[in-house]
Design a protein around this ligand. Structure first.
Ligand code: TPP
Ligand code: MG
Length: 566
């Protein structure tokens, strides 16, 4: 019980053995492996932030709890232990629900700590009183309000463990002022040891046999790698699996990098064709939700057979019943498949019709994209602007991408060679996550370059958080792809006719926002200016923002299906 001693052995208060509630909270979090906290102070959580800093938790003071809550979820995804978000009672906690929902949809662990009014004022119309536990409930795996200070370590251990065991997700702890500002004799604490990292579970061996047989019988097999594989740290196993079986694969947006994007078996440029024509599909930590068109026609073949690896038994059969139900940890289950293929070696033939057909589909799509990337016309389109970013960003850069076209096109143009190196609007399609995600990535990976590519609308949701990046000296390069609006604007607003609903200020100087806080701003209108600006920005540890004016009419490569086609 060494952690008991950790929490209890250093008095922090007036009386010898007494600990404040804030200290107990901070030490409990630290004891459970919570290393990062993002939030805004005020009544009644001032003391928690101060105590967290004192205990060695990295605290980042934000400008809006929304962005702070997105950062907490991203830390959970990047580290496997929940990031914490700290919010004041009422409006602060309410803003942070945005991050709970984002983490709920993405299955990312995070812990929200919401300050609350003194419990003896409940129901009296206390300052910032709100039904916070109830408000959090639909988006969390666990929500509780500690009843007594001595049990705070118990609740925090339960919350942290719940957030990372099974399918990861968000949790909520409601902290009334009387708990935070209370005092306790250290000997009275109901202390807890650090919960172990989640136990990893294997799939049933009969389901492994079924999956192996199905893959061997396939004429048109496909592997889809989701962010569940990235979360499970399955990259070594998945890479081995692809090498051994020679199966073509497709990553989901945040599954990119589990196997490097430049791997010859990646058929991402032929995504639509591969989905529509595959006969057996192995899902590795990827759900059949809207991102994969529910696994249904017309985007998939009528009789496609799914083999589904998922940590959550409840996910099995969601939208389509699979032929093999591989419930378990993606790293372990892919390891089981590797063992099976080592015992009975097999690989998919390189000269198969399917591989030839996929290659024939990859080539023209890749050529079309390359032509747009090389397009010299002014003003620039997306592809040229993003290709300039790709040419200059380091290979191990963490890309944060959001916007409509900006995000979709960045997925094609910006490569990932490592797992968990792409963060975006995710399963919830949340605009405004970029700043929080970028700050989280820079906090977790101080040695890496974070490049945050956002549409001008996406940037606007949390743009003020550039102040946080500057204050904490995080070497982030923000790139705003500016087309004067949501999915495209105009070159001039005709006020006589009224302002169109998707239009924002024309030629808005977003780079000046970061300059206000000591960051470096660049405003570019042509590709000849963009390259040098990016070079300077990326080489400089000072946070920077490159505001790239592109053609307001620029768009994606024509798609056979739009992204919501059922
Ligand atoms: C919180 C939230 N509000 C609104 C939306 C709707 N929405 C989808 S994409 C988008 C912005 C797209 O514009 P921009 O970021 O400028 O990217 P572009 O397509 O212009 O490159 C909006 C507002 C959303 N997804 N999330
Ligand atoms: Mg835009």
């Amino acid at each position: 019980m060494t952690d008991v001693a950790r929490i209890a052995d250093r008095p922090d208060s007036k009386t010898e053995a007494a600990l404040s509630g804030a200290t107990v909270i901070a030490r409990s979090l630290k004891a459970q492996g919570v290393e990062y906290m993002f939030g805004i102070v005020g009544f009644p959580v001032f003391g928690i932030a101060r105590a967290a800093q004192k205990e060695g938790i990295h605290y980042f003071g934000f400008r809006n709890e929304q962005a702070a809550s997105y950062a907490a979820g991203a830390v959970g995804y990047l580290t496997g232990r929940p990031g914490a978000c700290l919010g004041v009672s009422g409006p602060g906690m309410i803003h942070a629900i945005a991050g709970l929902a984002n983490s709920w949809a993405n299955c990312w662990p995070m812990i929200l700590l919401g300050g609350a009014n003194d419990s003896y004022q409940n129901g009296q119309g206390a300052f910032q009183e709100a039904p916070q536990v109830e408000a959090a409930r639909p988006f969390v795996k666990y929500a509780a309000r500690p009843d007594r200070l001595e049990r705070v370590p118990f609740y925090i251990e339960q919350a942290v463990r719940t957030s990372i065991y099974g399918r990861p997700g968000a949790v909520y702890i409601d902290l009334p002022n009387d708990i935070i500002s209370g005092e306790i004799d250290a000997n009275d604490l109901d202390d807890r040891i650090r919960c172990a990292d989640p136990p990893r579970s294997l799939a049933e061996s009969s389901e492994i046999d079924k999956a192996v047989a199905a893959l061997k019988s396939a004429k048109r097999p496909l592997v889809i790698i989701g962010k569940g594989a990235a979360y499970a740290r399955a990259e070594n196993e998945v890479r081995e699996f692809i090498e051994t079986t020679q199966l073509p694969f497709l990553p989901t947006p945040m599954g990119k990098g589990v196997v490097p994007d430049d791997h010859p078996l990646s058929i991402a440029p032929a995504r639509s064709h591969a989905l529509r024509n595959a006969d057996v599909i192995l899902l590795i930590g990827a759900r059949l939700n809207w991102i994969l068109h529910f696994g249904s026609p017309p985007r998939f073949a009528e009789d496609v057979r799914f083999l589904q690896i998922d940590i959550s038994a409840e996910e099995i059969g969601s939208n389509v019943a699979p032929e093999a139900a591989l419930v378990g940890d993606a790293r372990c289950v892919v390891g089981q498949l590797n063992e099976a293929f080592a015992a009975s070696p097999w690989s998919f033939a390189a000269d198969s019709t399917w591989r030839t057909e996929l290659a024939e589909n990859v080539a023209p799509n890749r050529a079309a994209v390359e032509a747009m990337e090389a397009d010299d016309s002014e003003p620039m389109g997306y592809y040229r602007a993003l290709a300039e970013v790709r040419e200059r960003a380091p290979d191990d850069a963490i890309f944060v991408c959001e916007g409509a076209n900006t995000m979709d096109i960045s997925r094609t143009v910006l490569p990932n060679y490592e797992a968990r190196h792409r963060l975006d609007a995710g399963t919830f399609g949340t605009m405004g996550v970029g700043l929080g995600l970028a700050i989280a990535a820079a906090a977790v990976h101080p040695d890496k370059k974070v490049v945050c590519v956002q549409g001008d609308s996406a940037f606007g949701f949390s743009g003020m958080e550039v102040e946080v990046a500057c204050r904490y000296r995080l070497p982030i390069t923000f790139v705003v792809i500016n087309n004067n609006g949501i999915g495209g604007g105009v070159t001039e607003i005709d006020h006589e006719r009224g302002v169109p609903t998707s239009v924002y200020t024309v030629n808005a100087r977003y780079e000046k926002v970061i300059e206000a806080f000591g960051g470096k701003g660049y405003f570019v209108t042509s590709h000849s200016e963009l390259g040098p600006a990016l070079e300077k920005a990326l080489a400089d540890p000072t946070p920077s923002l490159v505001n790239v004016m592109i053609d307001p009419k620029a768009s994606r490569k024509p798609q056979k299906f739009d992204w919501l086609t059922r």
